[in-house]
Write a protein of this length. Structure first.
Length: 565
């Protein structure tokens, strides 16, 4: 790594508040699940104060009012760093562009500045724009428009004349049939034979007339079509040229994105993503705050100590982002890149790898020869995960080795506690599954929300789909989302929070959590929601009541748990 430079110092920010005596992080932040270090919180507060007062650029974040448009709110990041002389400070960055620019005083530059005036990107854009201008000129030329109109007119006229000819043939056929029928009653054999010969001649004449008409129009249309296709081939070639220029430019962009790590090793974005499910980098890969911060630190001899990212401004329409909340780095775009960039650094362990569930109890609420109802604890899997085999299913399979079928009738999220239904036989499992499918099973959840809800009750209808670039998060999507409906009712309000009952009318992943947090839902995340709100000791969501018909006794059975928070 190089020594600190004037460029490095231009983005290095000193703390305005005294930090003597504040402990430095022991390891770097695990970027996909973290509590911001106190020094990162201090850096974020200093950056946020600057966002409220700066005059370098103008951008309405929609903090206290709605702003029409996209990219209103913005993700910002701070990176706690140590210079070679031991001085502690921080770097700041924003994801993507800010006020339509990549460069602003006090923020680290992009990994690749493809918006610079004389950049390869601008030059490539000009080449693409020149071809686009050729395409537009071709499409708007009088000769092309005339060729298009001539062909359309000829096709229409040919269809009309051929249709009229067929109608004439059809009517003539009817007339001939009528003449034969009349002749059969009154004409002599010689007269009938003469009539038949005459009718055949008339039929053949119409037949050849039809063939001549079709042949004539085929020849005419071939001339019009050839003229029009010459223009179409020219347009096709121009569009293919533009497509290839766009592909070449995109590949050049990818080639420019070379990411460093603390050892000075460089890896291209294409190399990084070729081992992922994406195979090719998704749009915007490398433009998020975290890679920009680390790249700058590595380039300028600054030691990264910890980082944090927060959302500033109006929430997007689809994903859940709350003003001032801290969020982990995204899985799709950032995880592959950061895995390379953090290689060789001491990083906090992923909480998912360090979770120990052996001490967690799995109380049985009800049991008979056919089924069980258990009380799943929070932070406990329903089925085995990639890094943790302990789960409700695993314990049930161990306790009931003679059980048949899939055992679990439904699932609860790892973070959610509460009632879970288990079947001991395949037939019972199938019967209970059918009750879930026809929505005759009734479920009620209880949740504690971060803020106070003004209304007393209501129904939320927000369609959901997975965020393919940041699993397991879900997005609200009116175009591709699946229907998701939740009924809710306030139980009590206390100390700025709201306890609510929730009845899911559908069963989408994270449905209740998203419907609570989204601005078009309750607009208030659940306490402890580390995906859509703020982490806490646990997610305050419990499957509190369950009603179903016993498959064997046919009796309705209801179970209810007292709230465990």
């Amino acid at each position: 790594m190089s020594e600190p430079s004037t460029i490095a110092n231009s983005c290095f920010t000193d703390f305005e508040s005294p930090i003597e005596g504040m402990a430095l992080p022991e390891r770097f932040t695990y970027p996909f699940f973290y509590e911001p270090h106190p020094l990162c919180l201090l850096a974020a507060e200093q950056l946020q104060a600057r966002l409220n007062t700066q005059t370098d650029w103008r951008h309405d974040f929609g903090i206290d009012h709605f702003v029409e448009g996209v990219n209103i709110g913005k993700m910002f990041g701070v990176l706690l760093v140590r210079r070679a002389d031991g001085r502690i400070g921080f770097l700041s960055a924003f994801s993507g562009k800010l006020a339509e620019q990549h460069h602003w005083p006090g923020f680290v530059p992009p990994v690749v500045d493809y918006l610079a005036v004389d950049s390869f990107f601008r030059q490539g854009e000009k080449r693409i724009e020149a071809v686009t201008a050729e395409i537009q000129a071709c499409e708007q030329s009088a000769a092309y428009v005339q060729a298009q109109q001539d062909l359309a007119k000829a096709q229409s006229l040919s269809e009309a004349e051929i249709a009229a000819c067929k109608a004439t043939e059809k009517q003539a056929k009817k007339n001939r049939k009528a003449q034969r029928a009349a002749a059969e009653k009154t004409a002599t054999a010689e007269e009938y034979a003469a009539l038949e010969a005459q009718l055949k001649r008339e039929s053949m004449a119409l037949h050849y007339q039809s063939k001549d008409l079709n042949r004539s129009w085929k020849q005419k249309l071939a001339v019009y079509t050839e003229t029009f296709q010459e223009w179409e081939q020219k347009l096709k070639a121009l569009k293919e040229k533009r497509r290839q220029l766009s592909n070449d430019l995109q590949q050049e962009i990818f080639d420019q994105y070379q990411f460093l790590n603390i050892a000075g090793e460089t890896r291209s974005v294409c190399h990084i993503f070729e081992q992922t499910v994406f195979k090719t980098p998704p749009s915007g890969a490398g433009d998020c705050a975290a890679p920009k911060l680390l790249q700058y630190a590595f380039r300028h001899g600054l030691q990264p100590l910890a980082m944090a990212e927060f959302w500033w401004g109006q929430s997007p329409s689809s994903e859940i982002r709350k003003h001032g909340y801290f969020y982990p780095s995204c899985k799709g775009k950032c995880e592959p890149i950061l895995s390379h960039m953090l290689a060789g650094m001491e990083v906090d362990e992923s909480p998912m790898l360090s979770v120990n569930t052996e001490e967690k109890k799995l109380p049985v609420v009800y049991e008979d020869d056919f089924l069980l109802v258990v009380n799943k604890p929070h932070e406990f899997l329903s089925v085995p995960g990639k890094s943790n085999a302990d789960s409700v299913w695993a314990r049930m399979a161990r306790i009931y080795p003679e059980a048949t079928g899939p055992l679990l009738v439904h699932r609860l999220d790892r973070a959610t506690s509460g009632l879970l239904l288990v079947a001991k036989t395949k037939d019972v499992h199938k019967a209970l599954q059918e009750q879930f499918l026809d929505r005759s099973i009734k479920k009620r959840y209880v949740a504690l929300l971060e803020g106070e809800i003004a209304e007393e009750e209501g129904v939320i209808e927000l369609p959901l789909r997975p965020d393919i670039e940041d699993r397991p998060r879900q997005l609200v999507c009116n175009t591709h989302g699946k229907s998701a409906v939740t009924r809710w009712q306030v139980v009590e309000r206390s100390a700025g929070r709201t306890l609510v009952h929730l009845w899911p009318m559908t069963g989408r992943t994270h449905q209740l959590r998203v419907h609570a947090a989204h601005q078009d839902g309750l607009n208030t995340p659940m306490v402890g929601d580390d995906l859509y709100g703020k982490p806490a000791t646990r997610l305050y969501l419990q499957a509190a009541a369950l009603t179903f018909v016993h498959p064997i006794s046919k009796q309705e059975m209801s179970f209810e748990l007292p709230s465990d928070f």
